[in-house]
Design a binder for this molecule. Structure first.
Ligand code: PMP
Length: 960
């Protein structure tokens, strides 16, 4: 059969067999009965039968598989078992046959009963470490050796899993990938890989292989930890090296964050069964083809059978490993593979080389690191930044191995090539370059390569270079004056080199293959990047861990700029979550204002200085006319605490009414009125008696739903107040966010706040609007959240945005309320309203005015919301898009009917978005709403990048 016949057959949906039918076959044909349970499979139906004396597997194969193919599979399992590896042996039926034909409602099927290989699949284990990868590689080689002598007509089967036909398979199945962009990427990667394979085909050994030696098909014995091999359904004649390629793709699948672990699997395979050069060259293209086949076939299977949860669940991981395989350059990977099997992992001894330049001791090492002062203020984004910095020195050299900020790319996936595997020299005058060791000089394209005994030295930018045999100390050519540069890279991968810049995933091994050339100049290596994991360990050891961090493996972030973050690997992220950084990260005007004020003084508000007068004036001008008294504190929690005290002191009442699912802070008072079970799972049972909670007026998932739910919520509120009146409670105040920030930006129903405020005031209470999150311009169309509700509070609390991250909070209220508070004595907060804080507060307001940030929140936020709503129409996981301006929430649900919160999916989306270069986090009681509240300086380009990334991620996230 040809592969065309294979695809011309009816689609390979799994046979229609249920557990009852399976039991009938087991009993009738094999005399086996017991508990039957179905196991997952892409194309077969597998049932586990637990009889009293043994456990077996009953396998109903798709009718597409002929008898010969199933017999070949049985022989392969026997050959593997004969090599001492546990493998499921076929058990004959009562009539002695090993392959039965039975009828089913969908047509004839073939059935086999196999031994059940006890143990847990390896896929359940954690990320592979080196030893696991080595063991897997060695097992792959042992299986290939066991199968090498096998000959059988059934081995000629052509399936979509045979990598010899993978390019065609991808072409035929890729149509099932719904997203055009992804479809294009999969076919492009597959075609490039197929082109790379073409010249190698004739040199690849052919034999029977298992063809699916993955962590799913390896079971770990419970008692002995021995690895067994199952599922021989893809046994076929193929390329020997395809066996290893499949295994390597599984390692990637298992451990996408550390793709180079595959080098260990390859080295271990090679130790058992040495591969030829052509086979090593074919490996990476085959891994890419395997990854492309997995996604194309997975999408095809999901399109065919919407209820195949096994295929649907695998999709995300498959896309992730495809992305890793597609991103890693074939030449770089092939160079690494050759280097690794060559066994050259020892440090390179350069001996005592002749210096490359006559005198480099005066060279200045440029600081292009992610924390370089020379690159502050956004200078790193200027295209000529590197050359400008170099031009400031007579002779300069760049650092090797240190992620370069100047190579960071905003709005990019977390895979930018930022780590230099060489150095670059720049000089004001022309300088002679000499050979550091004996060798042979060659020209490769525009590069000069000096092949020495221990390494190749690649030089780019050499003028007047020669060629042929050279002795150490011989002139090689000249380094022209700047702006020219000389790039120097050592390569221990003979015949090729890694790119000069590699992504962080390749850096560790890359640095072994291309060690630092600085010693060739008589300079010492300068290194010492902090490792994210080490810093995290220090944090965990000393910082109370209940102060959680985002992400399972958080990037180490030491720089920001506008709406971008940059980690220490010079990878960037669009920051969709920092509502505190109103004016963006590292705004030069804030840097200058804070630094200037620190140079003058920083003291407290009992002293007389203009900054506190000026900032208070500006705040009261922003507030509703009646709220003309300002208190300055240091945080939202403090502001809320003070607001609650204002309410109880000035009214003489004691009960505070707050909303369910709200968060107002961590101090004793603000925590008491916080009821979000997302932040504190015991919140609802543990509120003190002076706090009463009202129904959350959430029109999406609350008790009353839809646009006209407002009056029903108000009726509930009325009933609550009547009950509290009857209990004799005296209402001191009511606190609420005017847009439901903590629930993910859910808008309150129209008229709700005005109605609620009326009921509170009737009882002599104060109305507190907690504008800490949603106020201060973020809603775009309104400066304050309460304006959207057409209601004027008695007290406003603000913080976060007003200081752009400087600890700064405020309470705005009427002069009468502020003065009535005097019965409690004076009010003083040591740092609240300090000169530095006030100067920063005023500068933030200047920036908001000069850069029209409220308008930006309205325009870019409006655009973002409509794009998210559009995504909502295409991705069923999106239940609703809440919010206004740049305070938005994307609520993820498993079903539009039940609104079952998609919490696990929300976290998976956030982790996947991190890889796409976006930072976003879930919020709400169920942690299922993506809270979207970026710095107000965010551009349309950045929100578009975020929405496109979310679109890609949602395309790969299976439901439930
Ligand atoms: N109120 C609201 C609505 C908040 O969202 C927060 C913080 N998330 C606070 C108050 C507390 O502010 P802070 O963290 O500055 O104490």
């Amino acid at each position: 059969m040809t592969i065309f016949d294979f695809f011309a057959r009816p689609a390979l949906a799994r046979p229609e067999v249920d557990a009852a039918a399976a039991l009938r076959v087991a009993d009738g044909h094999y005399g086996v009965t017991g508990d039957v349970a179905e196991l997952g499979s892409n194309q077969d139906r597998n049932f586990h039968v637990a009889a009293s004396d043994r456990r077996v597997l009953l396998k109903f194969s798709n009718a597409a598989f002929g008898r010969a193919e199933l017999e070949a599979q049985n022989l392969a399992a026997a050959a593997v078992a004969a090599a001492g590896i546990r493998a499921p042996q076929c058990l004959p039926a009562l009539d002695g046959q090993t392959v039965l034909a039975v009828d089913s409602p969908g047509g004839p099927l073939r059935v086999r009963m196999l031994e059940y290989v006890e143990g847990e699949p390896l896929s359940g284990a954690g990320a592979f470490v080196t030893a696991d990868a080595r063991r897997l590689g060695a097992l792959s080689a042992r299986v290939a050796l066991a199968l090498a002598p096998l000959r059988h007509p059934g081995l000629a089967q052509r399936t979509q899993w045979n990598l010899r036909d993978a390019a065609l398979t991808v072409r035929l199945l890729a149509g099932a990938i719904p997203d055009a962009e992804r479809r294009r990427r999969v076919t492009t990667v597959a075609e490039a890989a197929a082109r790379a394979l073409d010249p190698l085909r004739a040199d690849l050994r052919t034999q029977a292989i298992h063809g699916d030696l993955t962590d799913d098909n390896i079971v770990v014995g419970a008692s002995d930890g021995e690895w067994g091999v199952i599922d021989f359904g893809d046994v076929a004649e193929s390329w020997l090296v395809a066996e290893l390629a499949v295994t390597c793709a599984a390692v990637l699948h298992h451990n996408p964050r550390d793709p180079l672990v595959i080098l260990e699997a390859i080295a271990a395979f090679h130790d058992v069964l040495p591969l030829a050069d052509a086979e090593l060259d074919a490996l990476w293209p085959l891994i890419q083809l395997r990854a492309a086949t997995l996604v194309a076939s997975g999408e095809h299977q999901v399109a065919l059978e919407a209820d195949n949860r096994y295929a649907a669940q695998n999709r995300l991981q498959e896309w992730r490993s495809f992305a890793v395989a597609a991103d890693l350059d074939v030449n770089a990977m092939t160079a690494l593979i050759h280097w690794r099997v060559g066994g050259r992992t020892d440090p390179l001894e350069l001996g005592a080389p002749v210096a490359l330049l006559a005198d480099a001791s005066s060279a200045v090492v440029l600081d292009l690191s992610t924390t370089s002062r020379d690159l502050d203020g956004g200078v790193w984004l200027e295209p000529d930044a590197e050359r400008r910095l170099a031009a400031a020195h007579q002779l300069s050299v760049t650092a090797w191995g240190e992620p370069r900020l100047t190579r960071a790319v905003v709005r990019s996936r977390r895979h930018t090539s930022t780590v230099p595997l060489g150095i670059q020299l720049s000089s004001a005058d022309a300088l002679a370059v000499t050979a550091p060791a004996d060798g042979t000089l060659r020209r490769v394209g525009d590069s000069t390569v000096l092949e020495t005994a221990g390494y190749d030295l690649w030089i780019d930018g050499l003028h007047n270079g020669s060629s042929g045999a050279v002795a150490a100390g011989t002139p090689l050519g000249t380094l022209a004056p700047h702006p020219a540069r000389l790039s120097v890279q050592i390569s221990r991968a003979r015949g090729g080199r890694l790119p000069f810049f590699v992504p962080p995933a390749l850096a560790e091994v890359g640095k072994l293959v291309s060690p630092d050339p600085a010693p060739l100049l008589g300079l010492t290596s300068r290194l010492g990047e902090p490792e994210p994991a080490e810093v995290l360990a220090t944090r965990d050891a000393h910082f109370a861990t209940v102060q959680e961090h985002y992400f399972a493996e958080p990037p180490l972030i030491e720089r920001g700029w506008r709406e971008h973050f940059v980690d220490t690997q010079a990878q960037t992220y669009v920051d969709m979550v920092n509502n505190v950084a109103t004016a963006g990260h590292a705004h030069p005007r804030i840097v200058a204002a804070a630094s200037r004020q620190w140079a003058l003084h920083n003291t407290n508000s009992r002293f007389h200085y203009s900054a506190v007068a000026e900032f208070s004036r500006r705040l009261s001008e922003l507030a509703p006319a009646s709220l003309d008294a300002v208190f300055l504190v240091n945080s939202g929690s403090e502001a809320v605490d003070l607001a609650l005290r204002l309410a109880t002191v000035t009214t003489g009442h004691d009960t505070i009414v707050a909303m369910r699912e709200a968060y107002h802070g961590w101090t004793v008072g603000s925590d008491a009125v916080s009821s979000s079970i997302g932040d504190n799972p015991r919140a609802l049972e543990t509120r003190p008696s002076w706090v009463r909670l009202v129904n959350a007026p959430n029109t999406y998932r609350g008790t009353h739903r839809g646009p006209d739910a407002g009056p029903r919520y108000l009726a509930d509120l009325d009933a609550d107040f009547a009950r509290w009146d009857a209990e004799g409670l005296s209402i001191a105040g009511f606190i609420a966010e005017p847009v439901y920030g903590n629930a993910g930006g859910v808008m309150l129903p129209d008229g709700y706040l005005a109605g609620a405020y009326g009921m509170v005031r009737e009882r002599g209470g104060l109305c507190i609007a907690d504008e800490v999150q949603v106020g201060y311009g973020r809603l775009g169309s309104y400066f304050w959240g309460h304006e959207q509700q057409d209601a004027v509070p008695d007290v406003i609390t603000i913080a976060k945005a007003m200081g752009n991250g400087q600890p700064l909070g405020a309470v705005l209220t009427t002069r009468a309320i502020a003065e009535a508070f005097a019965v409690e004595g004076s009010m003083f907060s040591s740092a609240g309203g300090s000169p530095v804080s006030c100067v920063i507060g005023s500068t933030v307001l200047d920036i908001m005015r000069d850069e029209a940030l409220v308008d930006n929140a309205r325009d870019v936020g409006g655009h973002l919301k409509s794009r998210l709503e559009d995504l909502g129409r295409r991705h069923p996981l999106i239940g609703a898009v809440h919010g206004l301006g740049l305070y938005l929430g994307v609520e993820l649900v498993r079903s539009p009917e039940t609104l079952e919160p998609a919490t696990a999916e929300a976290y998976a989306v956030c982790e996947a978005l991190l890889e796409e270069g976006c930072i976003v986090q879930p919020t709400g009681d169920h942690h299922n709403v993506l809270k979207i509240k970026p710095p107000l300086v965010i551009t349309r380009e950045s929100v578009d990048y975020f929405v496109d990334a979310l679109d890609r991620v949602l395309g790969g996230i299976p439901l439930g």
